[in-house]
Design a binder for this molecule. Structure first.
Ligand code: ADP
Length: 723
């Protein structure tokens, strides 16, 4: 029992006692027992109905007891009337108090019911002072009812709203209701978002008296809503940034969502309704898309298609359209999720690849060059079409080294094997030329060059070109033959030009032989034959005969049809012999020769006849260039010397007309001549000979001041050893 209740009880007891004493023991003729009403009211204000009823009956008993104690047997009418009034008052008061108590209990129960709700129910008057604060409000805001009642609701909870409080009040007064969200601060200082429903209570006269507010804490819901929105925004942003046109459709195929990429194409869901595909797919592709899409919807199989999709600028781009169905637990399709990916670049790359493959294939066919890729270390191979063609295999066979060996010429098998082992050993470049013996008996010449690709990787690969060089080889051989023939013809022609010299070179020793023979005869026919003189004459004859036969041998060898043969030759000796061969021509043209020979002598690997042909050609050209020169000496400087560490050089310098800039570029071209009788083959043949020897020939000149024709030859003995 509460303290104040106890006080009231004590007070009620004291009053009852005093009333009884006065009523029973004093001769007062008043209805003092009426005051028991106060006792009943005091008790009824604090305790239960039962206690009130018991108290009422106690007061009735005390009144009756006091009546009998104060009146012996003499009951006056007045006394009886007073007693009756008192009893009536006590009874009436008790009944009223009891009923009041019953009503109060009902009200309390109802208020307790309000406490059962989780909603915070707050009642405040028109001055915002709280008059009711239920249990829910205590939980939401953290203040007890005792702390809250009497405080200003807005000050206590620091109400903040997007709608000004005055407007809320005006709306309440206007419509009697308001619903909205408020931000408040709890007792512990934390912020809380409240969903509040307010109702205005007016009294019987219609005067606004109080506001009943039902408040719900929606902070968590708000946070979740915010988080949900954030996730939604993030998902939307993700979907929008996906480099593809994302979409979803209902189970029957009607588009229900499209991402921003679609908007960039100028497409929106609202505008086009169900006809979006028709508006963006290329008319030529539309039927195929429709067909595939309807089939996917009917069967539930994933949808895939490649079509041209129109951009907002009207340009069509190739796109891959793909979609997957989302199913429920019963395997029924709920929705379709799809994405269209731009594959224009890939498509173009594919087309470019197909084109370049076609180009490559054509180029390989035209150039008779195949490709061979060999993967190491297994030796797995890939051949291009042309490779199959060159080897003469069907494209159905699996390429392999054994097939190459099968086709290789028996004499070249070792060579091919060596090249293959080189590649197994990881040589950076493999270069081999060999023959193929084809099943029909033909011989093919092939040149294979391969390069090691990605040598650092675990699976290095050789990528190589296989060239069918049969035709080149055959024509090269034919060309070599005709060049040799041409060279011989020009030599013979040159010999014709040298006929006078040759005749002189031969007739002179012959005449000398005759003279010596005569002399020997004379020495013999003397009475006293001088055998010593005869011997000298015979020796002279032998020398001259040798010289003549030398000349004839040289001329014969120059005119002979023979294959060139390389030997180590003394370059100075060759130059000297050549000068001697044309000496008479030079004398005839009054050309003075100044020869300067390398010391020590240089050994070159060359064909004697061909080398002589070059030198004589250069000397004759120089001599001819000076034939029209008057007023300055016709001089020919011929020099041999070491050009560099690996080359010897021969220079033939004249003081003739020189070579004009215009002619300089075509001097070595076949059939280029400035001479009336010239053939224009001399220098061209010189170049073929020098280059075949691994050297180089060129001319330097200042027009009008003579020319220097010069060539180099390798000193390397390797060439000779290889021959
Ligand atoms: P040909 O002597 O039959 O004309 P060549 O091939 O030997 O053929 O020479 C080609 C041309 O080069 C000559 O016609 C001449 O014009 C020019 N030529 C060659 N050597 C000299 C030189 N030493 N000085 C000036 N011109 C030269």
């Amino acid at each position: 029992m509460r303290h104040d209740a106890r006080v009231l009880f004590a007070l009620a007891g004291a009053i009852a006692l005093i009333v009884f004493l006065i009523d029973a023991f004093t001769p007062l003729d008043i209805a003092i027992a009426v005051l028991y009403v106060v006792v009943v009211l005091l008790v009824s204000s604090t305790t239960s109905r039962l206690a009130t009823i018991l108290t009422a009956w106690s007061c009735v008993a005390l009144t009756v007891i006091a009546f009998f104690m104060s009146h012996d047997e003499h009951y006056s009418v007045g006394a009886i009337a007073r007693c009756a009034v008192s009893l009536l008052a006590i009874a009436t008061t008790s009944v009223l108090a009891s009923r009041n108590q019953k009503n109060t209990a009902t009200l309390r129960e109802q208020v307790q019911l309000l406490d059962l709700t989780h909603d915070a129910i707050v009642v405040y008057d028109m001055n915002d002072l709280i008059t009711f604060w239920n249990h829910g409000a205590e939980e939401v805001y953290g203040w007890t009812a005792q702390q809250a009642i009497g405080q200003s609701i807005h000050e206590l909870t620091q109400t903040h709203s997007s709608v000004p409080l005055d407007e809320i009040r005006i709306e309440m007064l206007r419509s009697g209701r308001w619903h909205g969200e408020l931000q408040r601060v709890r007792n512990d200082g934390t912020a809380v978002v409240i969903s509040s429903r307010m109702a205005l209570w007016r009294d019987a006269k219609g005067k606004p008296r109080a506001v009943l507010a039902t408040n719900n804490d929606v902070t968590v819901r708000k946070q979740m809503e915010g988080e949900l929105q954030r996730q939604k925004d993030e998902l939307r942003a993700t979907i929008d940034t996906i480099p593809g046109m994302v979409w979803s459709s209902s189970s029957d195929g009607r588009l229900s969502f499209i991402n921003r990429r679609w908007n960039e194409l100028g497409v929106t869901l609202a505008e086009n309704g169900g006809d979006i595909w028709r508006s963006i797919v290329h008319p030529d592709d539309y039927a195929a898309v429709q067909h595939a899409w309807h089939e996917a919807i009917a069967t539930g199989a994933p949808f895939e298609n490649v079509s041209r999709i129109r951009r907002s600028d009207g340009v069509y781009r190739w796109m891959h359209i793909g979609a997957e169905p989302l199913r429920d637990k019963g395997d029924n399709i709920l929705r379709w999720y799809g994405v269209n990916t731009d594959i224009e670049e890939r498509k173009q790359a594919e087309q470019a690849l197909a084109r370049s493959e076609a180009f490559l294939s054509d180029a390989q066919r035209l150039s008779r060059t195949g490709t061979i890729a060999t993967k190491l270390p297994e030796g797995e191979m890939w051949w291009s079409d042309e490779t199959y063609q060159i080897f003469g295999y069907s494209k159905l066979v699996t390429p392999g080294f054994h097939l190459i060996l099968e086709r290789s010429h028996p004499e070249d098998i070792a060579l091919v094997r060596h090249a293959y082992h080189q590649s197994l050993a990881g040589a950076p470049i493999v270069d081999v030329e060999h023959r193929l013996a084809m099943p029909d008996g033909r011989i093919k010449y092939v040149h294979y060059v391969a390069r090691l690709a990605a040598p650092q990787s675990a699976h290095p690969e050789y990528v190589g070109a296989l060239m069918d060089v049969t035709e080149r080889r055959v024509s090269q051989e034919a060309l070599d033959r005709s060049t040799a023939e041409l060279a011989r013809v020009t030599r013979v022609t040159m010999l014709g030009e040298l006929a006078a010299t040759i005749a002189h070179e031969v007739t002179q020793p012959l005449a000398a032989i005759v003279t010596c023979g005569d002399a020997a005869q004379r020495w013999l026919n003397r009475p006293q034959p001088d055998l010593k003189e005869v011997g000298q004459s015979i020796n002279q004859m032998i020398r001259d005969a040798r010289h003549a036969s030398d000349v004839i041998r040289q001329i014969r060898s120059m005119a002979q049809k023979r294959d060139p043969s390389h030997t180590m030759l003394d370059l100075n000796g060759i130059v000297r012999d050549s000068i001697e061969l044309v000496r008479r021509e030079l004398d005839g043209h009054r050309v003075e020769v100044d020869a300067d020979y390398a010391c020590p002598p240089l050994q070159v690997c060359a064909d004697r006849v061909q080398l002589q042909q070059v030198i004589i050609n250069l000397i004759m050209n120089g001599m001819q260039a000076m034939s029209g020169i008057t007023g300055r000496p016709r001089k020919l400087w011929i020099r041999t010397h070491r050009f560099d560490a690996r080359h010897a050089q021969v220079l033939v310098e004249d003081s003739g007309t020189g070579i004009s800039a215009e002619n300089a570029g075509r001097l070595f071209n076949a059939f280029f001549t400035t001479k009336a009788e010239g053939m224009g083959m001399g220098l061209s043949i010189c170049r073929s000979i020098v280059e075949a020897h691994g050297g180089r020939i060129w001319a330097e000149s200042e027009e009008g001041r003579g020319a220097v024709l010069q060539f180099t030859l390798p000193l390397d003995e390797e060439i000779c050893r290889e021959q």
